[in-house]
Ligand binder design. Structure first.
Ligand code: HEC
Length: 123
């Protein structure tokens, strides 16, 4: 019986560790996504994301939204429903804003990347 309980506890631990997994590197202000285990297309998307999405705030801010599942500024959930709204609002902040402007093609990469992470974090 003890063994069974232990096996159950261990399997729960591994199950929860395998799900809800956003890999990160660095700490504090330098916290960022760890792309080392991503497939090639997501590695590329991560680069496009970093290029455009760390100009006004740090990458840490985006990582924390995934880790906490909350948008800190509005205290609203950060999930599949709000994701598209957040991406669009970031796009709007940058459009017509000179050097911050994000080409549409790059928005596709960023969108795919953010969705991929959301699936990774909530499976
Ligand atoms: C023009 C500056 C600017 C750029 C560029 C920018 N953001 Fe933001 N971002 C903000 C501001 C300001 C906030 C705070 C909330 C608000 O005012 O809407 C924010 C908040 C966020 C949040 C919520 C974090 C939280 O919990 O507070 C996420 C997620 C986010 N941005 C993702 C992105 C992504 C993805 C990109 C690239 C497409 C991006 N940002 C590019 C200005 C920017």
């Amino acid at each position: 019986m003890k063994k069974l309980v232990l096996a159950f506890a261990v399997s729960c631990f591994f199950t929860s560790a395998a799900y809800a997994e956003i890999h990160t590197i660095g700490r504090g202000e330098h916290l960022r996504f760890d792309p080392s285990s991503y497939p090639a297309d997501m590695k590329r998307n991560n680069e496009v994301f970093r290029l455009h999405c760390t100009k006004c705030h740090s990458e840490q801010r985006v990582v924390m939204a995934y880790l906490t599942g909350t948008l800190s500024y509005s205290r609203q959930p950060f999930d599949m429903d709000s994701l598209q709204r957040v991406i669009f609002s970031m796009y709007r902040k940058t459009s017509g804003n000179g050097a911050l402007m994000i080409p549409r093609a790059h928005m596709k990469n960023i969108s795919a990347y953010m969705k991929h992470l959301m699936m990774e974090s909530s499976r």
